[in-house]
Design a binder for this molecule. Structure first.
Ligand code: GLV
Ligand code: MN
Ligand code: MN
Length: 413
């Protein structure tokens, strides 16, 4: 068969995504498949079953990353890899991550049924804990695999209930024996929903990001003094939640103060003892800063950190700051990105050269090999929410772009 005419099976991809969406389905149409939860295990088991059906070699490393390897004609050549993540946000959507694992699965199914061999091996990857919402930081296991993060540090990360990453990995049976250590790669592609409004706004089908913003995460711990809210005068209080409230607004104002080109968010907060009639004496909250300009990200953090220290001193609330994680902005391989734009054109899809505001495992893969991503539109620009949606037609179109981009790379010798 002339591979030029090859197309994925859109109906099969839809069915696969619908089957996966049942695992951890939420009443409002989303998915909750937190990293290393029972739902994550169930979805992993299904993925492993599917890759085995394609006679792929299954590799599970010590971070629980799952790889499905399809042999090439020459297995000494570095493989072409494509992957993303099976885990989701709490009350997340049915496409974030999973599309980037089921997409390449559909590619291999298409090659398999058409008996098409490639020069290089093809590997599908499911990276453990991309979301970082149960165990911070995000992209934890692709980070270890890339050599950017320490395995034992990752093992000791704990969730809100104090459960350790490694213990949970063992509990669900996915602590493999293969070292989480990168091997040579010829190219890495990640297929994903856009998670923003640009493609829909521009009426484009395919997005080819030139790269991903830098991502900086911080954890702030405040101490106050608990007391009965009724008899305790307002004067002289050490209210940790009020200190936090002032700090949150400083974070929200930061992009304006810095002249734009960045975003800053407080998304998580824990307040203790969380009783309406006790002055809060402990607060933990998170800060997420993103920009294309790494320096701007750092400068803005330094500014807001000073604000935090002043607020903490003014309110008599001791502060502890943890600089949890930083990943630099990732400019993708220009040739590979152009390849995505070219393939889109050849297949008759409109496309947009853009930027990714969302973080992806491709950030770490980009440090190892030429990397690029393929985006498809998010309806209403909504993501990390239960109503997250993308048309089946767009899912199919993106998979066709992935198919031909991967075929091209996998046949380069
Ligand atoms: C990953 O989901 C992110 O936070 O962008
Ligand atoms: Mn994702
Ligand atoms: Mn996500």
């Amino acid at each position: 068969m002339n591979t030029k005419d090859l197309r994925v099976n859109g109906k099969r991809l839809q069915q696969t995504l619908e089957d996966m969406a049942k695992i951890g389905a939420t009443p409002a149409g989303g998915v909750q498949r937190l990293t290393l939860s029972d739902e994550d295990k169930k979805a992993r088991d299904l993925f492993v079953k599917w890759i085995k059906e394609l006679d792929m070699e299954v590799i599970i490393d010590e971070m629980g990353n799952i790889f499905g390897k399809r042999a090439g004609k020459n297995n000494d050549l570095p493989p072409v890899m494509s992957g993303s993540h099976i885990d989701s946000q709490p009350k997340g959507g049915r496409f974030d991550g999973i599309l980037g694992v089921m997409g390449p699965l559909e590619i291999v199914r298409t090659l398999h049924e058409n008996k098409i061999e490639t020069e290089r091996p093809i590997i599908i990857a499911d990276w453990t804990n991309e979301e970082g919402s149960r165990f911070a930081p995000a992209m934890l296991s692709s980070g270890v695999w890339a050599g950017a993060l320490e395995r034992d540090w990752a093992y000791d990360r704990t969730d809100i209930n104090g459960l350790r990453f490694e213990d949970e990995l063992i509990r669900i049976g996915y602590k493999g024996t293969v070292p989480a250590k990168n091997w040579p790669m010829h190219a890495y592609y990640e297929y994903h929903i856009e998670q923003g409004p640009m493609l829909e706004k521009d009426k484009k089908t395919i997005g080819a990001p030139k790269g991903i913003l830098c991502l900086h995460w911080y954890d702030i711990y405040l101490d106050g003094e608990a007391n009965q809210v009724g008899p305790t005068p307002m004067e002289g209080r050490h209210d940790a939640l009020c200190a936090c409230a002032e700090m949150i607004l400083k974070v929200n104002e930061l992009p304006d103060r810095m002249g734009g080109n960045m975003v800053a968010t407080v998304g998580e907060i824990q307040n203790y003892p969380n009783s309406r009639n006790i002055i809060p004496d402990k607060v933990h909250f998170t800060v997420d800063i993103r920009s294309w300009d790494d320096e701007l990200g750092i400068k803005s953090w330094e500014l807001v950190r000073k604000d935090f220290e002043e607020i903490a001193a003014k309110r008599g609330c001791p502060i502890r700051i943890e600089e949890t994680w930083r990943v630099e902005h990732a400019p993708f391989d220009e040739k590979l990105v152009q390849g995505i734009l070219d393939v889109s054109k050849e297949l008759g899809y409109s496309s947009l050269h853009m930027v990714s505001g969302a973080g992806h495992d491709a950030s770490y893969m980009n440090q190892l090999a030429p990397a690029a991503m393929i985006f498809v539109p998010s309806i209403g620009g909504r993501s990390h929410v239960e109503v997250e949606n993308t048309t089946w037609e767009d899912c199919e179109s993106g998979a066709n772009v992935l198919l031909h981009a991967m075929l091209k790379s996998a046949n380069e010798v």
